[in-house]
Design a protein around this ligand. Structure first.
Ligand code: FAD
Length: 289
């Protein structure tokens, strides 16, 4: 099913997983997907390894197909265009359709060391447009958005303008970059709605269960750390069990506040960690049904 149909009926609660890492056996991913599917999310999205390449494409298609066809949950395949040619993306779309996958996340992706962009997709809007042209009216297209503004944007206004452009190119719903301070999300939502963006926007939430992960997120995504979260990392960062408990509590508090503010949906960055996702889903899922 196309997952954008869900928003009319409920607060959507979805998960993100990543496919196999070269350093870990594939069985670890299968076990994580099995446990996460058992938690009953509305859909699961599958990332596409930065750097592109046939192996990354195959891994995303395989896990997305497993979710859709074995667990019978809607799956979303992430599609960063930066390292793809038009022919490669076209081929990938046909493979996804052959696996009866109907949902994709159209992305630009980032330049990775050692990989030269093909130059065929400069922005996610071009990826979205290509998807709609290649197999008209088949895919539900999701796009990414950035409550704290994309790090490369020339201004918050420009970022919003390009977001509108991406929607005009065919994006049906949005998922945000992770954030730790809901005020950034509420301000962004207000600006987006005032700019005429009416499609559903899911809030991206990542439970941070160790201090190293917190530092990495700030470095990678430019996400601000609010004082209460910084205090939590400072207090529990050296104690893995306590940090995990505090990180899960923080994410639950964030999500409950979002639901109280009538959020369209919550997209949980699970990091393939079913135990953490289960602790959150136990509290949150009943609030979204
Ligand atoms: P775009 O929408 O193209 O925006 C990128 C920048 O360009 C912004 O600053 C925007 O304002 C600007 N811009 C947009 N259009 C134009 C235009 N026409 N002219 C000028 N400027 C423009 N990466 C992966 O490699 N694999 C993944 O699986 C993956 N999953 C993700 C999932 C989510 C929910 C999110 C939020 C990000 C994900 N990413 C992933 C990372 C993403 O690829 C990067 O954040 C990347 O920097 C931007 O991608 P985008 O699709 O948002 O780009």
């Amino acid at each position: 099913m196309k997952v954008n149909e869900l928003f009319a009926h409920k607060t959507v609660f979805s998960f993100e997983v990543y496919p196999a890492k070269k350093t870990a056996p594939i069985q670890v991913v299968y076990d994580a997907v099995d446990a996460l599917a058992g938690l009953g999310p509305d859909f699961i999205s599958v990332t596409y390894g930065a750097g592109g390449g046939a192996a990354n494409a195959a891994a995303t298609v395989e896990i997305a197909s497993l979710i859709e066809n074995t667990y019978h949950l809607p799956a979303v395949a992430h599609l960063p265009g930066i390292n793809l040619t038009r022919a490669e993306l076209g081929d990938l779309l046909m493979r996804l359709a052959a696996h009866r996958l109907e949902n994709v996340l159209a992305l630009r992706g980032d330049v990775t060391p050692g990989t030269k962009p093909t130059g065929e997709f400069a922005h996610a809007s071009e990826v979205a447009e290509f998807i709609g042209q290649h197999i008209p009216d088949y895919f539900n297209i999701i796009g990414a958005c950035y409550p704290e503004v994309h790090p490369e944007a020339t201004s918050a206004e420009d970022d919003l303008r390009w977001l509108r452009h991406k929607i005009e190119a065919g994006v049906d719903q949005l998922a945000t970059q992770l954030f730790f301070d809901n005020r950034h999300f509420y301000e962004f939502l207000q600006r987006a709605r005032e700019a005429g963006i009416t499609i559903p926007i899911e809030a991206g939430i990542m439970p941070v269960v160790n201090a190293r992960q917190a530092a990495r997120m700030v470095e990678l995504c430019g996400t601000n750390i609010p004082p209460d979260f910084a205090e939590l990392v400072e207090r529990y960062g050296d104690d893995d069990a306590e940090m995990r408990r505090a990180g899960i509590d923080y994410a639950i508090t964030q999500i409950i506040d979002l639901i109280e503010h009538d959020v369209d949906g919550v997209h949980l960055y699970t990091m393939n960690d079913p135990k953490t996702a289960a602790a959150i889903a136990d509290v949150i899922k009943p609030l979204t049904d």
